[in-house]
Design a protein around this ligand. Structure first.
Ligand code: AMP
Length: 197
């Protein structure tokens, strides 16, 4: 099963993708995580992405499309994957369609996590606080300024994907504001309904 988790920053895509990957034996593919690793490792991609990510902008389409193209052809993706944070633009979505068609794969569903803007800011603040309390380093883009830019990028570039996938009959929206386990239950409900004859 190949899935996309769609939603604004702080909607819980990473948390839900991680749980779903474990429950269903799927591979979680987070372009944000891959880019953060590239930044940490100081690779050419990381050097190109660092300042853009810190400012809350979007890394160029060609860069992320190449990352995903290389990743989904790995053998571990054969049983299915969950895309978390990709695609984020219509260009990326079109590239994904081509990639999947080229590999004889299909997209089973796009799950949109719906969360009000007002809640996103406090979630991002909490994530930064909890990471620091656990002795970690909060993400460089988990602050009010970068969040505003990430939200703008979401509404301008990513929100149009909701219509794109609705038109393809792939879109399933769930309430992302409920407690984590309830959201997970809603996501499982969508997938069970898909599997039903
Ligand atoms: P995330 O962890 O998904 O919130 O992503 C963190 C940051 O990585 C984003 O704000 C972007 O700067 C960058 N990024 C992640 N995925 C993409 C993507 N598909 N397209 C462009 N930029 C991305």
């Amino acid at each position: 099963m190949n899935l996309i988790l769609l939603g604004p920053p702080g909607a819980g895509k990473g948390t839900q993708a991680e749980g779903l990957a474990k429950r269903r034996g799927l591979i979680q593919l987070s372009t944000g995580d891959m880019l953060r690793e590239a930044v940490k490792a100081g690779t050419p991609v990381g050097r190109e992405a660092k300042a853009i990510m810190e400012a809350g902008g979007l890394v160029p389409d060609a860069v992320v499309i190449k990352i995903i193209a290389d990743r989904i052809e790995h053998a571990d993706c054969a049983n299915g994957f969950i895309l978390d944070g990709f695609p984020r633009t219509l260009k990326q979505a079109a590239a994904l369609d081509e990639l999947l068609a080229g590999q004889g794969k299909k997209l089973d569903a796009v799950i949109e996590l719906k969360v009000d803007d007002g809640i996103l800011e406090s979630r991002i603040e909490n994530r930064a606080r909890e990471t620091a309390a656990a002795g970690g380093t909060p993400r460089a883009d988990d602050n009010a300024d970068a969040l505003r830019k990430r939200l703008m990028a979401y509404y301008r570039e990513t929100a149009p994907l909701i219509g794109y996938y609705f038109a393809k009959g792939k879109l399933h929206s769930v309430d992302g504001m409920a407690p984590i386990t309830e959201v997970a239950g809603s996501v499982d409900g969508v997938l069970s309904a898909l599997a039903a004859p």
